[in-house]
Design a protein around this ligand. Structure first.
Ligand SMILES: [Zn+2]
Length: 81
């Protein structure tokens, strides 16, 4: 990969309050998590799959000063790989 393929520094998300550009939290409210279990012959359970459904808001929070950065959430979600 050539250096020019890396995101330009101006694309980096930075907290407007403290300048943090490293630690961020995504907080989802009202999440319903459904887990499908199989009961084994010995009575124990094995999780088969789980699905989560987010019913509430998703917020983006600065990991350093807890500033609400939800207005940048779209930028954040576009940069998730
Ligand atoms: Zn901050």
């Amino acid at each position: 990969m050539q250096p020019k393929d890396l995101p330009a520094p101006s694309n980096r998300l930075t907290c407007p309050s403290c300048g943090n550009d490293k630690d961020f939290y995504e907080i989802a409210e009202d999440v319903t998590i459904t887990t499908h279990y199989i009961q084994n012959l010995d009575g124990s359970f094995t999780p088969e799959e789980d699905t989560s459904q987010i019913l509430g808001e998703i917020r983006l929070i600065c990991g350093r000063c807890q500033e609400d950065m939800s207005s940048s959430y779209q930028h954040f979600s576009e940069m998730l790989f």
